[in-house]
Ligand binder design. Structure first.
Ligand SMILES: NC(=O)c1ccc[n+]([C@@H]2O[C@H](COP(=O)([O-])OP(=O)(O)OC[C@H]3O[C@@H](n4cnc5c(N)ncnc54)[C@H](OP(=O)(O)O)[C@@H]3O)[C@@H](O)[C@H]2O)c1
Length: 319
């Protein structure tokens, strides 16, 4: 099979590897689409909390068809269309994975759509529902709202009945979030993010933050009484420092979100979340930036790291 391989940190090559064979409890999936995420650029650079030793394939979500099942597999059959997510290892023609880590795709969801929404939408849903307990009518502020998980949080927040206020680094980037269902937008590239959020919300019920850095240090002060601040990521590179006096005086919570670990520890809730998300498939407003062949993977990941991508970038396999 052909596989995109990180041969040393920061270096990607397309290599020919032996086809995998499933062990007990495992299935082989012929991958048709790989969804790329900012996460992959961090893993390739050795900057993620997950640090695989090269050689490894990047790519943390895929869709495809099961072509072989090992002994003891009863939940999934050869021929099933499935999606799955791993920390890395998906950008290749075949993946071998534990059968209890794949989810059958409903008929009305294409493999391209499955690979485009899995990680971003399931992260946003888990963050907003299980971690923040977002309720209809509450005010949700999404930072990095034009990006991958941010745009999914705007879309899901809207479907959950929240009033969604989308923030981004520029007015133009913030305006993109209107496509995903944001009710109002603001830019935090100029002026004080705390004051802007307070002016728009009077104190947010929930803030979803995949950006981190200085904007996070300001925004955490704009949470309202008993609000929830979701720590999703640090795309800006800076890990914010927050004084614990802030949650005290606001009765608020700073809540961590770790999607990969949640999926490992609570598969049943993750599967229930996916049923809800796939049930909304026709209403989701996700946007595909481009679908490129596997051989274009190195360029695709460079574009992603450089912030040139507007929407989801997919790799088509084989290709
Ligand atoms: N906790 C979890 O379980 C979980 C799950 C998925 C992702 N994440 C994390 O969430 C973060 C975002 O992931 P994503 O896939 O949504 O990425 P993305 O689409 O590339 O980036 C999200 C946004 O971050 C902002 N950004 C990116 N680079 C920046 C920089 N150098 N300085 C300032 N702002 C910058 C951009 O905002 P503007 O458009 O406004 O410029 C961008 O739209 C990553 O750190 C990822 O690892 C965490």
């Amino acid at each position: 099979m052909r596989a995109l391989v990180c041969t040393r940190l920061g270096v990607l090559e397309l290599l020919e590897l032996p086809d995998p064979v499933p062990g007990p409890g495992e299935v082989v999936v012929a991958v048709s689409h790989v969804g790329l995420n900012f996460h992959d650029t961090l893993v390739i650079a050795g900057q993620h909390v997950v640090k695989p030793e090269p050689p490894f394939s990047p790519g943390s979500e895929y869709a495809g068809t099961v072509t072989a099942a090992g002994s003891e597999v009863t939940s999934i059959q050869v021929g099933d269309r499935v999606v799955g997510n791993e920390e890395y290892g998906c950008a290749r023609e075949f993946v071998v994975v534990r059968a209890d880590r794949v989810t059958r795709l409903p008929e009305h969801v294409s493999e391209a759509q499955g690979a485009a929404i899995l990680v971003a939408y399931a992260t946003a849903y888990h963050a907003l529902v299980q971690r923040a307990g977002l309720r209809a009518g509450e005010t949700l502020v999404v930072l990095g709202a034009a990006g991958g998980v941010g745009s999914a949080a705007v879309d899901i927040g809207n479907l959950l009945g929240a009033k969604v206020i989308a923030g981004a680094s520029t007015v133009e980037r913030a305006a993109l979030a209107l496509e995903y269902g944001a009710h109002e937008t603001f830019s935090y590239g100029d002026g004080d993010p705390k004051q802007k959020i307070k002016d728009l919300t009077g104190g947010a019920d929930v803030i979803f933050d995949p950006v981190g850095g200085a904007v996070a240090e300001a925004a955490v002060r704009a949470v309202g009484w008993q609000g929830r601040y979701l720590v999703v990521g640090f795309a800006s590179g800076g890990i914010p420092r927050v004084g614990l006096n802030i949650p005290l005086v606001k009765g608020s919570s700073v809540v961590g979100v770790f999607f990969g670990e949640f999926v490992r520890r609570d598969r049943a809730t993750h599967e229930a979340n996916l049923r809800t998300i796939f049930g909304w498939a026709d209403r989701l407003r996700h946007r595909v930036h481009d679908v490129l062949p596997l051989s274009e993977g190195p360029r695709a990941l460079r574009d992603l790291a450089a912030g040139k991508v507007r929407g989801k970038l997919l790799l088509r396999v084989p290709g």
